[in-house]
Design a binder for this molecule. Sequence first.
Ligand SMILES: [Zn+2]
Length: 385
Amino acid sequence: MSTNYSLRLSGALPVPITADESVYSLALRKLRGAIVQNPIRIFCALLFFSAATLAQTAKFTVGTASAGPGEKVNGFIEVPAGTDAGTRIPVTVIRGKKPGPVLALVSGAHGTEYTSIIALEHVIQHLEPGEISGTVVVVPLVNLESFHQKVPHVNPVDRKSMNRFYPGKLDGTQTERAAYLITKEVVEKCDYLIDLHGGDLDESLRPYSYWSKTGDAKMDATTKAMVLAFGLDHIIVVTDRPRDPIASRYLESTASTRGKPAITAEAGYSGTVETDDVNALVAGCANVMRYLKILPGEAKPIDSPVWLTKVDTIPSDVDGIFYPLVKRGTYVEAGTKVGYVTDYFGKTISEKSAPVAGVVLYVCGVPSMKKGELMANIGEVGKPE
Ligand SMILES: [Zn+2]
């Protein structure tokens, strides 16, 4: 029986063939016919196909970690020595075989916010290239010296917070050089970013995330969906983060001012690594991956979180010994005493109350108290506009 098949490339005329041709000669003949009929369109299609194939097979590189499709590769972002010592920030690139967005997960800017670091260690160990579409870049420990020396808040090398000097500069101190390289290697190469934090060694903090509104409706809709997918039940709405990409200060605003939707989430406190807190951060990252279609399955956003539209800080006005009167997560009325400070002989020299009703997001977790440092933070419940 003689059968005629035809190859229908758009705009090409059918090329009649006979059934006894081999598959290859069949394909070649079809292609030849199509090229003769419409060379420019075919050329463009081939070009597009080659570019797409190249993009899919080319290595994705962050620092010394270079991963092809289906690979999980570890490496370092090498921060060269400058006015002070160099450092190397660990990074893992997990690359799916299927195409998809690039999500960056970062923690340990404050190297003793252990829960966030352990959560990303878990992601590095358990997220496999075979299960994702796209790429996940994990930077679990930005501030190595803080971690090793057990120094909270700052990088002990230059005494700077590693989440306040973005986008950084190459001729600055270690923190600034690290910020510059994270901006180049991580922020500029990703499509979305999550920055993880938590209560530091001296901070008794309840879990919450930040939704930073930028005024860009599309960006804000995406970050709202991300923060709801992350799933922490208390969300602080921030409207005053920097909008200038060259003065972005925070990692999250470094991403958002460069057009990359980003959120920040915090869990863990006072040097502890509680299973529930670690799980909350890991599950949050995984659910954002579902929202971004990096992981299969349906993202289940949290239904009705508590939105916190203002955060009131309660600083101490004296040096001394701090005694808390509330716990993290406690809901207080305006006037509820949150803590007091004594001199070194036990005499109360200062007592502070909540200025408004709200939830204790954080209360100082140690007796050390210096004038100007925070006794507690109170989050005011509100509705996001
Ligand atoms: Zn932090």
